[in-house]
Write a protein that binds this ligand. Structure first.
Ligand SMILES: [Mn+2]
Length: 303
């Protein structure tokens, strides 16, 4: 195997694809093992290595998304989250990594870590894209719209509130657990959504799409707790009544039709050894997201 960089870290899908150089890779996998504000079960700092390890079991082709690996995958060294610095400093570091990725015409994909790492993506998107040009598609059991949570404005439960404050459009999928404050904020900002209960009632997905006025460039933030608790027990707050695999890929591909995927994150996996299907599911989802951001839909071409 010809490993070009970061030899000491395993890379995503490494049994099939060498770790491409950053300049030649379509996808930049950026591990962010950050865990500070998790409210229930812990362990998300182990998410990135578990996803990368599980990716060794992936096939080269993923049904419905072709073979994303042929476009080159670069796995970066994990972002150092251990130093006791302010969360804002960490988020800026994430933002810089994403921006460097865009500079090279690549698509950054963050592996969390807890959901608050998306604050880094929000910073990166807000400084690179003019208002109205980029929006966030959030798959999550929770709205994450609290102003603060456990005294922090940068908690996993407040991350989408920060997105709204930065003027980013938001579309939520799979929500099924929330506070009164969050319902009010959602109404106040007229946030569109496909909640889990709505999806469960058998609404047909053929005509589901993002609203016409939704921005052309879309960042996907994927909290694995959007999956049903039976499929994804390895997360901080598993919620019953969630999405399964085909619901998820069907919705992703339909909602993103005609849009350009500028990046993504997969967060909140708290891996457990005896539940390796959870790590594998997160790895397969990550690979599927790459397929949605395949060339032909180049984000760089629009910048
Ligand atoms: Mn979340």
């Amino acid at each position: 195997m010809n490993r070009s960089s970061d030899e000491k870290f395993p890379s995503f899908h490494q049994d099939e694809y060498r770790n491409s150089s950053p300049a030649s890779a379509r996808y930049h996998i950026i591990p962010v093992p950050y865990e500070a504000t998790v409210s229930y079960g812990g362990g998300t700092s182990q998410g990135p290595p578990a996803i990368i390890e599980a990716s060794r079991q992936l096939e080269t082709i993923i049904e419905g998304a072709g073979e994303p690996g042929i476009y080159g995958i670069h796995t970066a060294a994990p972002i150092d989250c251990t130093v006791k610095r302010s969360p804002r400093e960490l988020f800026s570091r994430i933002a810089r990594a994403m921006d460097a990725s865009w500079e090279q015409g690549s698509v950054p994909i963050l592996l969390g870590g807890e959901h608050s790492i998306t604050n880094g993506a929000i910073e990166a998107i807000s400084s690179r894209f003019p208002p109205g040009e980029a929006g966030i598609l959030q798959f999550d059991a929770h709205m994450d719209l609290r102003d603060t949570y456990q005294g922090s404005s940068y908690s996993h439960a407040s991350v989408m509130r920060r997105a709204l404050q930065n003027g980013l459009a938001l579309f939520q999928v799979g929500i099924r657990s929330y506070s009164e404050e969050e319902v009010e904020i959602r109404e106040h900002h007229s946030i569109c959504s496909l909640d889990a209960s709505y999806l469960h009632r058998g609404r047909r997905s053929e005509h589901m799409c993002l609203p016409d006025g939704f921005p052309p460039h879309v960042y996907i933030t994927f909290d694995v707790d959007v999956f049903d608790a039976s499929l994804m027990p390895a997360t901080g707050t598993p919620e019953p009544g969630g999405l399964f695999w085909w619901d998820t890929v069907d919705l992703l591909s339909r909602l993103l039709r005609g849009r350009t995927v500028i990046g993504a994150d997969v967060v909140e996996l708290a891996p457990r050894k005896e539940l390796h299907h959870c790590s594998y599911t997160a790895a397969k989802l990550t690979y599927y997201l790459m397929g949605l951001a395949a060339p032909g839909l180049s984000p760089a071409a629009h910048l």
